[in-house]
Structure formats: structure tokens, C-alpha cells
Design a protein around this ligand. Structure first.
Ligand code: TTP
Ligand code: MG
Ligand code: MG
Length: 408
């Protein structure tokens, strides 16, 4: 354990301790390396404190200060926190009131999605310069398969460093990168030495790396799965590796195979450059059932805010809004509203602004009132998406293809 610590010290270390060697995927002559079983070279890049860094870049007065992007009042939540703010414990998805209490000098800034989208386009161009195999996960991160890179550089570590430099030059922003032989490990690695860090996990090191990790750091394990795992006595990668596949299937269904492999540092998912997403949404399970119309309307507003933020992040536009209600007897009621494609325009008409999304969502709830009984869950989804847009997201999404994300 002690020696592992040395190889991979705690995240947030100032400089990557990870040895800058490459996962050997091929021999010098380019033939597949027998020993490594023809492993792939994967890089995961993720921008540091993305929205907050863009704000600090564009407004020098914010530099070096604790900054939160998001609404400061009432129901506001922190979308992004600068690293100065994180020292106080401020983080994404935290209610703004809590953030202010933790850090009274916190400066709140409104989000400017156009600026984030522009930076996102710039970093994607940098990725594309090195490989066509780019799978964006959200505006600020992507997986890259550089087993055969466009420029013939060959070293994934070198490519990752070049990408970080090019991003800095083009955007004046910092990115962290993880290099490894699969997506799961590369994503863990990019998080290891944030901000402005690099970490390489080489073949043979994956299982040991994963063993010490708290399960919350496994991509796809959200707060709810974490609670469930802890109840089952699973706190670390090693605990997870100790469970057999039958146990995992019984408790986690289709998520089990991914977890089983991940606990061993194995991940067979390819980098998919053209992932098509069918919907964007989120749902919320309540600690106490809700039945009163006023409380239902308030809850809907919260979900509208959060889901719309996801829609913006995914750069998705769609035609159908679906409201999902789960009653206390577990019956599920879904109702949907769509806007028809506009006849005179091949491009059609889309739900492109929050007001329209909110109005349609509210209509759906009003039509459902009064409810026959209280509900334990409410969710909203935007579907019938524009195939032309990237329609990709999934930062907090379980890595399954069809998994509907749960936000809260
Ligand atoms: P992240 O990459 O998760 O976080 P980050 O870039 O702010 O910080 P880190 O250095 O740890 O990577 O998310 C990217 C952006 O997505 C983030 O800047 C704001 C937005 N976001 C939200 O709007 N809500 C959220 O709950 C999270 C986690 C992120
Ligand atoms: Mg980030
Ligand atoms: Mg990210």
C-alpha cells in the first residue's frame, strides 16, 4: 500500500508523480505488441474548473479569487467553482446558500454558455488535430484514442502534453489529462493530478490503482449507487473486486458487468466518435412523498432548472418533453408533449430556449393535476433530438448506452 501511495499520491498534487511512460500498444515497427495484447492508447482530457476558469480568463478582476458560476440567490446552485473557492469546500451542484456560508467572500458570476461553447469548440479542434477518434463527454472533456495518431507522434504521453500546451495557447485555459490503455483508467488518471496535471497509468498498474480508490470515483457511480454499495460493504475498488459477478448482477443489474471489469482495471468500451444520444433529462426521488399542488409545482421548477442546464451542456435540441411521475405505489405515469416539425422549413422548429421548455413542462404537470395519490419521484426528459447537433453529454451519466441519468 505504501509503495502504491508513492506511485500515485493523493489527487491535487502539484505535479504528476506518475511516471511518464506510454502504454506500449505497438512495437517500434508498428506491429501489435504481443505482450500487451495490442492494447489501445487512450487519453482523457478534462478542463480545470471549466466555467469558472473561462470567467476568470475574461474578467481579470476575478483571477486568484474564489468564484462560483451560478445563481446566488434562493434556489441557485453552484455550476462550477474556481480552485480558490474549492479550498473552502465550495463545489459543483452545491446550493449557493451553502457555498456562501462556507466562503463569505465568494463571488457569484452568471453563466455564459456561448463563451463555454466557444472554448469547447476550440479544444475539440485541438483533439481532432491529433486523432479522428474523439468522443466528447461534455463541453469540457473527451476521450481520445491515439493508438494511431494523425501526426505519427506515437507516444500517448507526449501527445497528451502537446494537447495540454495547445489548449493553453489557444484558449488561455488549463486542462488536465490522463493517459492509459482504456477509457475507465484514463478518466481516473485525468482527475488524479488536477488542476493542470498529467497522470499515466501503464499496463499492469490498472488493478492496483483501482484497488485503493473510493468507489465514488468510479465513473458512473453516483451518490445513490455509493449509498447502496456502502450498505453492501463496498467502499473501495478492492471491496468491489471481492464480489463475484452473480452478486453484482443481483444488486446492480446491467451495470454489473462494467463494475466487475472496472474493479480489475479492465474496460472494453471503444472510443466512439459519433455517439448518438436519444434523450437528455433527469429525475429526482424525494425523501418524503409529495402530493400538494404547490409543492409539486415548486419541485417541477427545480427540475426544470437542473435539466435545462444539462440540455445546454449537451448542446441538445429536441421536440418532445416528457414528464414522469412515480406514485407511492410505484406505478409510473409518463405524459409527453411535442412540437411538430414546421412544414415550411426542413430544419423544423425546436425547443431551443428555456422558457419554451419550462412552459411545456408546466403544462404537462397542470394536465396531470390533481394527482390520484402522492408521488415519490418526478422527472423531465427532452427527446426527439436533433441529429445534426452533437447531442452528447454524460459527465454524470452511468457509462451504459441507454442509462437515463439521475440528477439528484
Ligand atoms: P467538471 O469537469 O465536472 O468540473 P470543472 O471543470 O468545473 O472542474 P474540474 O477541474 O474538477 O474538472 O464540469 C465541467 C463544467 O460543467 C463545470 O465547469 C460546470 C459544469 N457543471 C455543472 O453545470 N453542474 C455540475 O454539477 C457539474 C459537475 C459541472
Ligand atoms: Mg472539468
Ligand atoms: Mg468534465
Amino acid at each position: 500500500m505504501g509503495s502504491k501511495r508513492k506511485l500515485f499520491p493523493a489527487r491535487r498534487a502539484a505535479y504528476s508523480p506518475c511516471v511518464p511512460h506510454d502504454p506500449p500498444a505497438t512495437n517500434d515497427d508498428g506491429s501489435p505488441d504481443e505482450e500487451s495484447g495490442g492494447l489501445r492508447k487512450i487519453i482523457h482530457v478534462d478542463m480545470d474548473a471549466f466555467f469558472a476558469s473561462v470567467e476568470q480568463r475574461d474578467n481579470p478582476q476575478l483571477r486568484g479569487k474564489p468564484v462560483a458560476v451560478g445563481g446566488s440567490s434562493g434556489r441557485g446552485v453552484v455550476a462550477a467553482a474556481s480552485y480558490e473557492a474549492r479550498k473552502f469546500g465550495v463545489k459543483s451542484a452545491m446550493p449557493s446558500v451553502t457555498a456562501k456560508r462556507l466562503c463569505p467572500d465568494l463571488i457569484f458570476v452568471k453563466s455564459r454558455f456561448d463563451a463555454y461553447r466557444e472554448a469547447s469548440r476550440q479544444i475539440r479542434a485541438v483533439f481532432e488535430h491529433h486523432t479522428p477518434l474523439v468522443e466528447p463527454l461534455s463541453l469540457d472533456e473527451a476521450y481520445l484514442d491515439v493508438t494511431e495518431d494523425r501526426l505519427g507522434i506515437g507516444s500517448a504521453t507526449r501527445i497528451a502534453e502537446l494537447i495540454r500546451q495547445e489548449i493553453r495557447a489557444k484558449t488561455q485555459l488549463t486542462a488536465s489529462a490522463g493517459v492509459s490503455y482504456n477509457k475507465f483508467l484514463a478518466k481516473l488518471a485525468s482527475d488524479q493530478n488536477k488542476p493542470d496535471g498529467l497522470c499515466v497509468i501503464r499496463p499492469g498498474e490498472g488493478a492496483a490503482f483501482v484497488a485503493t480508490l473510493p468507489i465514488r470515483r468510479f465513473h458512473g457511480v453516483g451518490p445513490k449507487a455509493e449509498v447502496k454499495m456502502k450498505r453492501l460493504g463496498i467502499e473501495t475498488g478492492a471491496d468491489l473486486a471481492g464480489k463475484d459477478i452473480a452478486f453484482l448482477r443481483a444488486n446492480f443489474g446491467s451495470f454489473a458487468d462494467y463494475l466487475f471489469r472496472a474493479a480489475r482495471g479492465i474496460d472494453l468500451r471503444p472510443v466512439r466518435p459519433h455517439r448518438i444520444r436519444k434523450s437528455v433529462g433527469g429525475e429526482r426521488t424525494f425523501s418524503q412523498d409529495i402530493g400538494a399542488a404547490g409543492a409539486l409545482r415548486d419541485t417541477l421548477e427545480e427540475i426544470i432548472d437542473i435539466v435545462w442546464e444539462r440540455i445546454e451542456r449537451a448542446e441538445a435540441r429536441g421536440r418532445t418533453v416528457t414528464l414522469k411521475l412515480k406514485y407511492t405505489d410505484f406505478r409510473i405515469n409518463t405524459r409527453a408533449k411535442s412540437i411538430p416539425p414546421r412544414a415550411h422549413s426542413p430544419q423544423g422548429d425546436w425547443i431551443e430556449d428555456k422558457a419554451r421548455f419550462a412552459t411545456m413542462s408546466r403544462e404537462l404537470l397542470e394536465e396531470a393535476l390533481p394527482l390520484p395519490m402522492p408521488i415519490r419521484l418526478m422527472g423531465l426528459t427532452l427527446s426527439n433530438l436533433d441529429r445534426g447537433g452533437s447531442g452528447q453529454d454524460g459527465d454524470r451519466e452511468p457509462p451504459g448506452d441507454t442509462a437515463q441519468l439521475s440528477l439528484l
